[in-house]
Design a protein around this ligand. Sequence first.
Ligand code: IPE
Ligand code: IPE
Ligand code: MG
Length: 237
Amino acid sequence: MNFEKMKLDPRMPKHIGFIIDGNGRWAKRRGLPRSAGHQVGSENVKKHIEYCQQLGIPNVSFYCFSSENWKRSEKEVKFLMEKFDEMLDEYKKDYLDKNVRIIISGDMTDERLPLSVRQKAEELMLLTKDKTELVLNMCINYGGRDELLMAFKKIAEENGEYTEENVEKHLYTKDMLPLDFVIRTSGEKRSSNFMPWQSTYSEWLFPKKTWPAFSKCDLVKALKIYMKRNRRFGGVK
Ligand code: IPE
Ligand code: IPE
Ligand code: MG
């Protein structure tokens, strides 16, 4: 797999989003509890962060927990919250000495989230705010409609203008580029409330593989497909 050659290709996406779906199905097929799928899935997130870094992709987003995922069993939600708590500790340890900025998109004022998650998320964002090589956006308790409503409410409070530029300034992703490419694993062909504003001109891919099984090779294949797409943005090309 020639990462070096790919890295130099001007058609490479600058912002890639992963809707990391299929953890539960991955586990079920193996006769394992859903939590095992989330465990392997979270390890796979770390691997793909590294691949994206190696590929020189400057912005990467992962959809980890939606504002709708509270509908799941108490046991599953608890497991996921513990995973996020662990993940935040781990990312602090691993990325603080690297040039990686971490953004946690999602409502961190929601009291359903453990206090430790909310505090660690805020701390990590603050600690990494001046880093520049990679912006890593982890969407936790995130909903696209929520994000837009939050932006509109802030603009109203400020008596601000409803321009595209001003809306963008009030989004979690204000310092990020628009999404070029969204990959949703496990075959479901929907966005499930993932970054609607940022993905209006994204290319989408829906590989059948579940997230825990989505490999480096699958990422390379996906990027090759993306680079062959003809992006017109409403023009003629
Ligand atoms: C995605 O995998 C992870 C989260 C939503 C937290 P799922 O848990 O949705 O896996 P499936 O869709 O049930 O297989
Ligand atoms: C989308 O997956 C959210 C995440 C990957 C975090 P879901 O599994 O929650 O989506 P639906 O319910 O199939 O639309
Ligand atoms: Mg799912």
